[in-house]
Design a protein around this ligand. Structure first.
Ligand code: AP5
Length: 217
């Protein structure tokens, strides 16, 4: 099973992708995480990407499609994958199709996370994560154990993303609005798109998605 999660920054794609990857034992591919890893390693791609990510812009298709191709064609994706944060534009969606056609694979469903801007801003402003295990929390909606004292893994150390500041979020939202309509139309025409009410509680969203996946089989 190969699925795509699309939606605005902070709409909850990463939260659901982690749950779904565990539930179905398939690979979770987040282009944001792949890029943050490059930044941390200080690679050439990481140096280029950091400037773009800190401004809230979109990293070039050449870099993104190369990363996706490597990942999707790797052994870890043989049993299926969830794409989180990719594709973000029509050109990326077309690039993905070319990669998949080449290996005789296809996308089974595209989940479009729908949520209002005010909620997005609060979700992003409240997001933080455990430095040890990476679990993502939210100070307003989903705090770590005992009100932000410690993570479920026992660690006391938390951090937040450098691009989760007000100005960057505004730019990320503007770009999302510019690119998302053609992307949604593209998958609608292919009869792959399902809208997800991303305002619900994460466990209810998870159940909604699982129900749709069950009906795929
Ligand atoms: P990326 O890391 O992909 O960021 P994003 O798309 O902006 O998405 P987020 O990770 O911010 O949000 P999310 O939808 O995963 O929400 P989450 O589950 O964490 O990309 C970062 C940057 O990398 C981009 O700006 C760009 O520069 C570059 N990049 C990445 N991919 C690219 C691509 N394909 N092309 C070009 N450039 C690319 O939830 C958010 C918060 O809300 C959390 O605190 C969570 O606990 C909470 N929450 C989640 N669900 C709920 C819920 N249902 N109710 C209440 N709270 C909730």
């Amino acid at each position: 099973m190969n699925i795509i999660l699309i939606g605005a920054p902070g709409s909850g794609k990463g939260t659901q992708a982690s749950l779904l990857a565990k539930e179905y034992s398939i690979e979770h591919i987040s282009t944001g995480d792949l890029l943050r890893n490059e930044v941390q390693l200080g690679t050439e791609v990481g140096v280029l990407a950091k400037v773009v990510m800190d401004s809230g812009g979109l990293v070039g298709d050449d870099i993104i499609l190369r990363m996706i191709k490597d990942k999707v064609l790797s052994d870890s994706c043989k049993g299926g994958f969830i794409l989180d944060g990719f594709p973000r534009s029509l050109s990326q969606a077309e690039g993905l199709d070319k990669i998949l056609i080449g290996v005789n694979r296809k996308i089974n469903k595209v989940f479009n996370f729908v949520v209002e801007d005010e909620v997005i801003i609060k979700r992003i402003a409240g997001r933080y994560f455990c430095k040890k295990c990476g679990t993502v929390y939210n100070r307003y909606f989903n705090p770590s154990c005992r009100d932000g004292e410690y993570c479920k893994c026992g660690s006391l150390e938390f951090d937040s993303r450098s691009d989760d500041n007000e100005q960057t979020v505004k730019n990320r939202l503007l770009l999302f609005k510019e690119y998302s309509d053609p992307l949604v139309e593209y998958y609608k025409k292919k009869l792959l798109l399902v809208s997800v009410d991303a305002l619900k509680n994460p466990s209810l969203i998870f159940e909604d998605i699982k129900l749709i996946i069950t009906n795929l089989n």
